[in-house]
Design a protein. Structure first.
Lengths: 112, 115
């Protein structure tokens, strides 16, 4: 089975800190995605990547950046964390030939 | 652009009763449709998908969904629910032409099964 691993389940950071959320997949998938999940809003796409060193903005990229230096790893960066970035962050991956995502377990980030 | 609307934010139901979770989508191009389930403190897992062919799609855990192109709907159903079906359910859509597979999700429906 494909595994998507997010490095932390729970994270507490201070306002203004630079935060790194890491995601690693082990099935050589080309495509990787970062979503945030908030009650009543569902999942909203932050950034995605179809290849190494490639990135594209999703629907809510403000305040975030990403890095994909290796195919298996896709990092989400909060340049200067703010309280409105408190949320559940979900990473997902898929191959070109697949029709659905494999999700990680999520990172619940609290910014205080 | 595509969009997905899940018509009910919460659905309470008694054990062994039937349930329907409603999903409507909007798109000017051909789409694939998905239902995902999220159990507490977990990521999402795929329940079922519609790609083409028969409009009635069967998934895991006894769930099924029907694609209705004229009504742009993809409602999820189960004839008899269990306590263990308590979870949040997400409908999602992607365009057929998008090779990258970017999914657009609905707002989610919380299914609460009571004994």
């Amino acid at each position: 089975d494909v595994k998507v691993t997010q490095s932390s389940r729970y994270l507490v950071k201070r306002t203004g800190e630079k935060v790194f959320l890491e995601c690693v997949q082990d099935m050589d998938h080309e495509n990787m995605f970062w979503y945030r999940q908030d009650p009543g809003l569902g999942l909203r796409l932050i950034y995605f990547s179809y290849d190494v060193k490639m990135k594209e903005k999703g629907d809510i990229p403000e305040g975030y950046s990403v890095s994909r230096e290796k195919k298996e790893r896709f990092s989400l960066i909060l340049e200067s964390a703010s309280t409105n970035q408190t949320s559940m962050y979900l990473c997902a991956s898929t191959a070109y030939t697949n029709y659905g995502y494999t999700f990680g377990s999520g990172t619940r980030l609290t910014v205080v | 652009a595509q969009s997905v609307t899940q018509l009910d934010s919460q659905v309470p139901v008694f054990e062994e009763a039937p349930v329907e979770l409603r999903c409507n989508y909007s798109s000017s191009v051909s789409v694939y449709l998905f239902w995902y389930v999220q159990y507490p403190n977990q990521g999402l897992q795929l329940l079922l998908k519609y790609l083409s062919g028969s409009t009635l799609v069967k998934g895991i855990n006894g769930f099924e969904a029907e694609f209705n192109k004229s009504q742009t709907s993809f409602h999820l159903r189960k004839p008899s629910v269990h306590i263990s079906d308590t979870a949040e359910y997400f409908c999602a859509v992607r365009t057929v032409s998008d090779q990258g597979g970017k999914l657009i999700f609905g707002q989610g429906t919380e299914l609460s099964v009571k004994p």
